[in-house]
Design a protein around this ligand. Structure first.
Ligand code: ZN
Ligand code: ZN
Ligand code: ZN
Ligand code: ZN
Ligand code: ZN
Length: 230
């Protein structure tokens, strides 16, 4: 996965900051690179660091994301003892992190069954029919569009976005099918819209340091508001 998107396995940004460095896994043959805040690393060790998969000693063949067909990337344990990508957890709306700081374990119990019934159009387009029905799908953020896809397939295709939510400090994780992604980009550039409104998660994105450092936690805050409105 890393070869295709570069930089952080979660947000795809190649830059690191003093308060939020890019951390590389020292596991043998492991390509995982993550920002401290993107993987919930409370303290970056001075010595070697290992991602959860390399740390676990579990046979590599058994470590697969419950939400998508891709094996590489930054994974964490689910609360049922399986595994899921952090990026899959962020972009499938109902997924939660039991601990917001450490971003683990990943909780899949609120993901509706229908997400697992959808098939990924990107897998189908790439001739991976056998993989298309694996895991769960997110949907194109354009209203009325019925295209569904794996989070990691969209990540590799550069179709993931972070948009500002209804509240100023909220971030909405979303993605578009290729068609609507291109349409949206064209419209935004012709309107000369504020590029901060939706920055693609590619190398051109430029979130402020502060935002980048803290926004991973907001998904959970937003979800709590949804569950427990006061
Ligand atoms: Zn990152
Ligand atoms: Zn690793
Ligand atoms: Zn995944
Ligand atoms: Zn797919
Ligand atoms: Zn669409």
């Amino acid at each position: 996965m890393r070869e295709m998107v570069g930089g952080c396995c979660v947000c795809s940004d190649e830059r690191g900051w003093a308060e939020n460095p890019l951390v590389y896994c020292d596991g043998h043959g492991c390509n995982v690179a993550v920002h401290q805040a993107c993987y919930g690393i409370v303290q970056v060790p001075t010595g070697p660091w290992f991602c959860r998969k390399c740390e676990s000693q579990e046979r590599a063949a058994r470590v697969r994301c419950e939400l998508c067909p891709h094996k590489d990337g930054a994974l964490k344990r689910t609360d049922s003892g399986g595994w899921a990508h952090v990026v899959c957890a962020l972009y499938i709306p109902e997924v939660q992190f039991a601990n917001v700081l450490t971003m683990e374990p990943i909780m899949l119990q609120y993901v509706p069954h229908e997400r697992y019934m959808k098939t990924c159009y990107i897998c189908e387009d790439h001739g991976r029919e056998s993989k298309a029905a694996c895991g769960a799908c997110m949907a194109c953020n354009r209203q009325g569009c019925r295209q569904a896809f794996h989070v990691t397939c969209a990540q590799m295709a550069g179709l993931l976005c972070e948009e500002e939510g209804p509240e100023a400090d909220n971030v909405k994780y979303c993605g578009y099918c290729k068609h609507h992604y291109n349409k949206m980009k064209k419209r935004r550039s012709s309107e000369n819209a504020n590029s901060a409104f939706c920055h693609s998660r590619g190398r051109s994105s430029s979130p402020s340091q502060d935002k980048h450092h803290h926004h991973r936690q907001r998904k959970v805050n937003a979800f709590c508001l949804l569950l427990f409105p006061n």
